[in-house]
Design a binder for this molecule. Structure first.
Ligand SMILES: *Cc1c(COP(=O)(O)O)cnc(C)c1O
Length: 347
């Protein structure tokens, strides 16, 4: 492995030897026939974790969103989302293709919006107005900088949707980060909504897989779309075993990622940078106020051994189980050296 400090994403983790051993040893069957015992065990465990009746294993988080949107909606309906939601911004328009829906975006505050947005998006029943078919939340919010939905706001939006018979879907790619950061358990976030999923390839450190949970009836309908979209698998227990291993070993330690992110944040602010407030394991740095371009600064930092990603003109850093406290210090040293040079050269 290279010794680059890898802050570009929490998807960059490599499975440990113990996780690989668990995957190799997995008992398997035909997942498409619902006969893979390891997948079935994972789905039961995640359904319980999220306070739901049932769950289905899917190859990716993106497919959880596609399957959920298709299962909840009819073509032509609106899906209410924050403007920077992953479904709206980072899925290549997949919901339009897979479900024929339109997105109705609202400008949330770091991804968080209030019940007023639901009221505004809802139209009287009519053949004329497109109908609000789904409200989708993201907890934590990726492009909001790992931001958190406060429980009261979350409950208020869910209540506003349910009062209008509109279901609520939660993109919980990083829900376990929210659980660890807030101390509110996963079932509390999950039990009041109509579908919710967690990703195993982000901070949980597995190489593959996501699990979508909901009522028995919802999951039965979801299976139709899983199959239609090519998400039914065969001996997927080898993959599910990595996810079970992640649940056993990699949840509580997300607190370390949050502590490392906070340290990174404080150091970057100390260097005079414009940084999103720390919430969980993601931050954005806007280099424009110091006269630097994100792509150029990214390349300069990579030459100094630190990799960040660039999202719409800002640098993004994400902490995860393959970055320790010393990696964060190295990242801060790289920033300091890089900015020191630019300050000397530019003033
Ligand atoms: C990564 C991510 C997804 C997609 O998950 P994949 O497993 O990469 O397909 C969806 N939503 C959010 C918020 C994400 O961060």
């Amino acid at each position: 492995m290279s010794d680059v400090v890898e802050l570009s994403s929490d998807t960059q983790t490599r499975p440990t030897d113990a996780m690989r051993a668990a995957m190799v040893a997995a008992e398997v069957g035909d997942e498409q026939q619902r006969a893979d015992p390891t997948v079935n065990a994972l789905c039961e465990r995640v359904a319980t974790l999220l306070g739901q009746e049932a769950a289905v294993f899917l190859p990716s988080g993106l497919m959880c969103n596609l399957v959920a949107v298709a299962t909840h909606t009819e073509p032509g309906q609106l899906v209410l989302l924050d403007r920077a939601a992953h479904i709206a911004r980072a899925e290549a328009g997949g919901s339009a293709l897979a479900a024929g829906v339109q997105v109705e975006v609202v400008d949330g505050e770091r991804g968080v919006f209030g019940p007023d947005a639901v009221v505004a998006a809802h139209a009287e029943p009519s053949n004329y107005w497109p109908q609000l078919g789904l409200v989708a939340l993201e907890q934590t919010h990726n492009f909001g900088g790992g931001s958190l939905w406060p429980l009261e706001t979350y409950d208020a939006v869910v209540a506003a949707a349910h009062e209008r018979d509109v279901p609520v879907h939660v993109d919980g790619a990083r829900l376990m980060n929210a659980v660890v950061a807030t101390g509110v358990d996963a079932a509390r976030w999950g039990s009041g909504v109509d579908s919710i999923w967690i990703d195993f390839t982000k901070g949980l450190g597995a190489p593959f897989g996501a699990v979508l949970a909901g009522s028995h009836a919802f999951i039965e309908r979801a299976w139709r779309f899983k199959h239609r979209f090519g998400g039914a698998m065969r001996q997927a227990g080898m993959m599910a075993a990595g996810c079970l291993h992640a649940l056993d070993h990699n949840v509580d330690r997300l607190a370390d990622d949050h502590a490392n992110l906070r340290r990174l944040h404080d150091g970057l602010v100390g260097l005079g940078l414009d940084v999103t407030p720390p919430a969980t394991n993601i931050l954005f740095v806007d280099p424009r106020p110091i006269g630097r371009d994100a792509v150029e600064l990214q390349a300069a930092l990579l030459r100094r051994g630190v990799r960040l990603s660039v999202v719409h003109g800002r640098l993004r850093a994400i902490t995860h189980l393959d970055v320790d406290a010393s990696g964060v210090e190295r990242a801060l040293e790289a920033f300091a050296a890089e900015l020191g040079r630019s300050i000397a050269g530019g003033s």
